[in-house]
Design a protein around this ligand. Structure first.
Ligand SMILES: *Cc1c(COP(=O)(O)O)cnc(C)c1O
Length: 405
């Protein structure tokens, strides 16, 4: 692309994941800088009118304008594609704009989606309220009921959507099994891999056609910027998705891409340590009398423990737990007390940060979801979501113990 070429063409299919996390996609300019350069420029110059015409005609292959392509963003895209084992990647301004771009690229008015009901709150609203205004309807199903996925298929079904593990209850679904149903129906199978990141789970290896990320979470990993990514087959991603993003403009900023390239360098070690901390905290929570239930995929008590063992490297860094309470009001009061008594943990809606964060989903991330949908997804007033970071896990347990006691 332009005058910027890789110094060495490494084959990341033959190199380890950790190597790809620090090196895949790196481009060097004529100055041979070692660290990835930040290209803060909205447009690129041409040597002549003829060159401009040629480059605009082939805008996926050349740098012309940063809504289309930008070298820093391209480096991130190529690195993410390598990490997920996909052919191509388009990065977007947020996870939601990535999901929007996939559906707008794959579906037309009159088409139908089958989606897990256990998905991120905004994704649920996007499907249930925004897309219906444009004639795209969605049937929501229990993600672990394969017959329900099958029964939901209509002649107009174009897309299957799964999030695993799910938010906030870390519900795990068998990617391969849902992929088979999607492909029988001739549908594009999209997996939101936000909670695991490619360091712990690579859905394309289990039959997913497209992987979507809120890069805001573990990809950046330090809670600094918003971003999203779409990874899959070259003809879909560089065809319809690229044209949609180029035309409508949810493109990722070069600055955010540059921070995420930094973030990816430590992705494997962050995920390993944060998962180990989460497992310790989940085991401790299970021994606490004030707690009704703990959800963490590595616990033997987790309903899909075996599936998680098969398709994930670790249980991840998200832990959910439910406080006791005779009524929903009492449960909420108990959950809010635990949150309010913390001093180390941050009370914030974000997750995937190196700092542990705590959220009450029913009144925050899932507040706009109808009470019926919330109940179906098991998000009661007593549920707390913990996104475990890199602190000493003993400090996190002590922080939680104050409110639980
Ligand atoms: C946060 C999140 C999203 C949305 O991503 P944004 O970057 O906030 O737009 C989508 N899916 C999951 C699972 C998430 O956690």
């Amino acid at each position: 692309m332009n005058d910027i070429t890789p110094r060495e063409a490494l084959n990341f299919d033959e190199l380890g994941f950790d190597t790809a996390a620090v090196r895949a996609g790196t481009l060097r300019s004529e100055y041979n800088e070692h660290a990835e350069a930040l290209f803060l420029t909205s447009s690129f110059c041409f040597k002549s009118a003829a060159e401009a015409a040629e480059r605009f005609a082939n805008s996926e292959d050349f740098f012309t304008y940063s809504r289309f392509t930008n070298p820093t963003v391209t480096m991130l895209q190529d690195r993410l594609a390598a990490l997920e084992g996909g052919e191509a990647c388009i990065a977007t301004a947020s996870g939601m704009s990535a999901i929007l771009s996939i559906v707008m690229s794959a579906c037309n008015a009159g088409d139908h989606i089958v989606s897990s009901r256990s998905i991120f709150g905004s994704t649920l609203n996007l499907f249930a309220t925004v897309f219906t205004r444009f004639g795209i309807t969605t049937t929501f199903v229990d993600p672990n009921d394969l017959d329900a996925w099958r029964a939901a298929v209509q002649p107009t079904t174009k897309l299957f959507f799964l999030e695993t593990p799910s938010n906030p209850l870390t519900e795990v679904s068998d990617i391969r099994a849902v992929a088979d149903v999607a492909h029988e129906a001739g549908a594009l199978f999209v997996v939101d891999n936000c909670f695991c990141s490619p360091a712990l789970q690579r859905p394309i290896e289990h039959g997913a056609d497209v992987v979507v990320h809120s890069a805001t979470k573990y990809i950046d990993g330090q809670g600094r910027v918003l971003g999203g990514a779409i990874i899959g087959k070259r003809d879909f991603v560089m065809g319809k998705v690229f044209v949609f993003v180029r035309t409508t403009g949810p493109s990722l900023s070069a600055f955010n891409a540059w921070l995420m390239l930094r973030g990816l360098e430590t992705l494997p070690i962050r995920m390993e340590r944060q998962s180990a901390n989460a497992f310790k905290i989940a085991q401790w929570l299970e021994t606490q009398p004030g707690i009704k239930r703990v959800w963490y995929p590595s616990l033997a008590s987790h309903p899909q423990h075996d599936i998680a063992k098969r398709q994930q490297k670790t249980g991840g860094a998200l832990v959910a737990f439910e406080l006791h309470g005779d009524t929903p009001e009492a449960q909420r009061a108990n959950a809010w007390r635990v949150i309010d008594q913390t001093r180390v943990i941050s009370i914030t809606g974000n997750l995937g940060d190196t700092r542990t964060t705590i959220t009450h989903p029913a009144s925050t991330t899932h507040a706009r979801v109808t009470p019926e949908a919330r109940a179906a997804a098991g998000v009661t007033e007593g549920v707390i979501r913990l996104s475990v970071g890199l602190e000493d896990p003993n400090d996190i347990c002590a922080d939680l113990a104050r409110g639980i006691a």
